[in-house]
Write a protein that binds this ligand. Structure first.
Ligand SMILES: Cc1ncc(COP(=O)(O)O)c(C=O)c1O
Length: 395
């Protein structure tokens, strides 16, 4: 075997995504791309705010060639300083540049955090359904993913979490607003989780870290801001990116920020900065770091996503699907009308609709629709969604 056994196993695990992608390409070549309704990818379709282009142009025209240089592995000091000021307001704790590491997206941030914290065999407890890459990221650093069910509306099940967090737990990893469910965890449940983690940390004789993955923090349809884990628990980190809120996923820019009162905070920061280097990221992309300080208050037009959510959610509900109205992100996670979600995704494909089975996210019996798509795609798919439900009921 030329490639590593573990990679062969990973490639098999990841292959259903490839199969979906291939099936989408086949349907598009057969029926024309405009007749295939692709809800399978969380690739933002709302353009970045115009100021992104303006700032990029201005920085490119700067005569100083050092904009392309290597920099400290944590990122540009001035960018981290501005971000720390902004995040102190957003999360309600006093942060400095020394609490912030710039990263290659939220994915890069998750990997440096897990590299910094995990010893072989340490458990990463994750409420399910969850972002499909978490399992790979935990294993990248010797960790073991342990999933815990959520309630029927995908809110945290605190009893189940309490039962799952044990002596082997090093990290509890949550994602709010959530991919794939769009659910947001409220402040009370985060506070209760913080209490559980304090108790469990005492029992374990070491700090259990709460990591909150938040790339959808600004993509919300509620009046209240997304509650911060920093208000709930001191041994916590936030990881995020500008992939969704500025529609810049290809630019690979994000950060990790540590609670100022975290246990052994300096060592954790030092480990994350070194991890950025030795995982081969070295530093987050320079051009993005130069322009970010002027973009922190900006975001894509969330009203566009809200209109898409309202239309698709309303139409599916009316057609008879069972689903929650998600308060954030750009995904719906309806219950599959047949127990086998993969079988139902095939029925949807017969209607030229591409969705992802919930099993892929640890949420069997559901399917995920990413509604960051053209309105034409949503409108064109509605009759097919209704027919697929009829077919499933007759099956
Ligand atoms: C929940 C979640 N976390 C992390 C990521 C990775 O984000 P990035 O592209 O910024 O690395 C994604 C991307 O879809 C996501 O949905």
């Amino acid at each position: 075997m030329t490639i590593a056994h573990r990679m062969r196993n990973y490639m098999e695990r990841a292959s259903w995504i490839r199969k979906m992608f291939e099936e989408g390409a086949r349907l598009k070549s057969l029926h024309g791309a405009e007749n295939v309704f692709d809800f399978s990818l969380g690739n933002p379709n709302v353009p970045p705010p115009p100021s992104v282009k303006e700032k990029l142009q201005a920085i490119i025209d700067k005569p100083d060639g050092s904009i392309h240089s290597y920099m400290p592995n944590a990122g540009l000091p001035a960018t981290r300083e501005r971000l720390a000021e902004y995040l102190s307001r957003e999360h309600g704790v006093p942060l400095t540049a020394d609490h912030v590491v710039m990263t290659c997206g939220a994915a890069g941030a998750l990997n440096i955090v897990l590299k910094a914290l995990l010893d072989p065999g340490d458990e990463v407890v994750v409420p399910a359904p969850f972002f499909v890459e978490y399992g790979f990221y935990a294993e990248n650093h010797g960790g073991v993913l342990r999933t815990v069910p959520t309630q029927s509306d995908f809110k945290l099940d605190l009893d189940a979490l309490e039962a799952a967090i044990g002596l082997k737990t090093k990290v509890v990893l949550i994602n709010s607003p959530n991919n794939p469910t769009g659910q947001i965890y409220d402040a009370d449940s985060l506070k209760a989780l913080g209490e559980i983690l304090r108790r469990k940390s005492r029992l374990a004789g070491r700090a259990i870290f709460l990591v909150s993955d938040e790339p959808y923090r600004k993509i919300v349809y509620t009046d209240d801001p997304v509650p911060s884990v920093f208000q709930a628990y001191e041994n916590s980190l936030v990881v995020t990116s500008f992939s969704k809120d500025l529609s810049l996923p290809g630019e690979r820019i994000g950060y990790a920020v540590l609670h100022p009162e975290a246990r052994d905070g300096q060592a954790v920061m030092g480990a994350m900065v070194l991890a950025n280097r030795i995982l081969g990221f070295v530093n987050a992309p320079a051009l993005m770091q130069w322009i970010l300080p002027d973009l922190l208050e900006e975001s894509v037009d969330v009203g566009i996503y809200r209109a898409k959510r309202d239309r698709l959610y309303g139409a599916l509900k009316e057609a008879g699907y069972d689903l929650i109205e998600p308060p954030g992100a750009f995904y719906l996670f309806p219950r599959s009308p047949v127990a086998d979600d993969v079988a139902f995704v095939r029925i949807l494909q017969e209607e030229n609709i591409l969705a992802v089975p919930g099993s892929g996210f640890g949420g069997p019996g559901h399917f995920r629709l990413a509604y960051c798509v053209d309105d034409r795609t949503i409108e064109g798919a509605l009759p097919g969604f209704a027919r697929a439900l009829e077919k499933a009921r007759k099956a």
